[in-house]
Structure formats: C-alpha cells, structure tokens
Design a protein around this ligand. Sequence first.
Ligand SMILES: [Zn+2]
Length: 251
Amino acid sequence: MNTFTYCKSLHPTNAIDSYNAAISERPSNGTISSGSRKKRSVGDHTKFWTPGRTLKILVFQYDEHTFEIVKKGALKWLPYISLKFEFLEMDEQDIYSSEEFLGDIRVNFQPSFASGGGSSIGTDALTGCPHDASMQLGTNFSSPHYEGMVIHEFGHALGLNHEHQHPDANIPWDREKTYLYYQNVMGFTKQEVDFNVLPLERVPGRTYTPYDRQSVMHYNVRNELTIGDWQQTASMQISEGDIAMMKKAYP
Ligand SMILES: [Zn+2]
C-alpha cells in the first residue's frame, strides 16, 4: 500500500504580497490570456519563476545526506525547465543575520512530517519572513515514498498546484468522509482540506494541461473517500503530463 498520501502546500499569508511577488518576478504571471473578458482578481495569478534564471536553493540543517536528498529530488525536474539551480550551504547564523532572501527556495527538515512535506507555491516563497523555510520535508529518509515526496514538493516550489485539484479531475469525493479523514488522520483543518484536496475552480488565464492521473502532483486517493469505485495510487515519478506542464510554464 502506498503510504505517502499528503503534503500541505503552504498558504501565502497575504494575497497582495503573493500577487506583488509573482508580478515583480515575472510580469506575465498577472496577464489574462487573450480571449478572456473576465477581469482578473487577486489570487488568480500564476506563480512561475522567470525562464532562464538561476534559482538559489538553500538547505537549512545542512549535512551531506540532506543536501543530496534535496539535490536529487530537485534535479529530476531540471531537464524539463529553462531554469538553473544553485544549491547553497549556509551557516544558520548568516541566514538569521540577513534581511534578504538568501535562498529563493529555502528547505528545512521537520521530523513530525515523517515521509510527508509542504511547500510554498512558486514565487510565494518570496513573501513573508526571509528566515522562514519555504519548504518543509519530513525525516523518514528510508521511506520508499520519500524521493517521490521531494519531487512533489519541488513541483510546488516551481509553481505547480495539486493535480487532483485540477478543474477537470471530477473525482467523486465523498466530502463528509474526506473532511473527517484528513482531519483525523492528517490533522488538516477544513480550510486546509479545501485548499489542498478538493477541486479548485478554473481560473481564466491560468496555465493548464489536460488532467493527468499519473502526475507526481496527484495525491493518493483512497477508495473509501470516494463515491462508487474510484481510487488512484500516487505516482512517485514525473509523468508525461508533468513534463508537458513544465514545458509550458518554462519554455
Ligand atoms: Zn502537495
């Protein structure tokens, strides 16, 4: 059975900061695609990084092992995007004495996350406090699902949302059971279930590729949480659909 089932994407604390960070990084994050007449509102923007740029990835609690894990997961995406990665090892003293975002993506380790994790979506990493991690990874390094989880979190860090929340996913969730399960087993609040699990509305101008059940951004969906016979095992690898999405986001 697949036990990697959850990851909380970290909610931006401030919608205006999220919008401003996205636009100053890449103005097209705020552009409505041609043909749409609907006015875009705050929160509708995409959060992709500027193509061609080098993303600084800072690893807190650095040791050779954690560094290799982060590097290995992140590098899986590299062939499909027009970004470069620079991995930084830095003294915590230096991190806390700086007022700047020393890492665009800042990775920390949290034993309570076990073989799960959490990450900000794309440029949301540049909001809030520069000393805070933008990605948290559990410390059950020996889990067979660990690497898949790291790849999933880096998908978020590169601006991807959850695939099971795709507006065309049509997963027949039993909402009542779903809220209860995530609350009792994962400790999610109702709002966190809405934000991480249940479908999101289609937003005009946002980048979409067809719904892909094999996406590494798809949760494990348990049969008992759906109405009728519907389940999906979470993939631990980047899918063809994920590649298509990244090529669109980072041409
Ligand atoms: Zn996730």
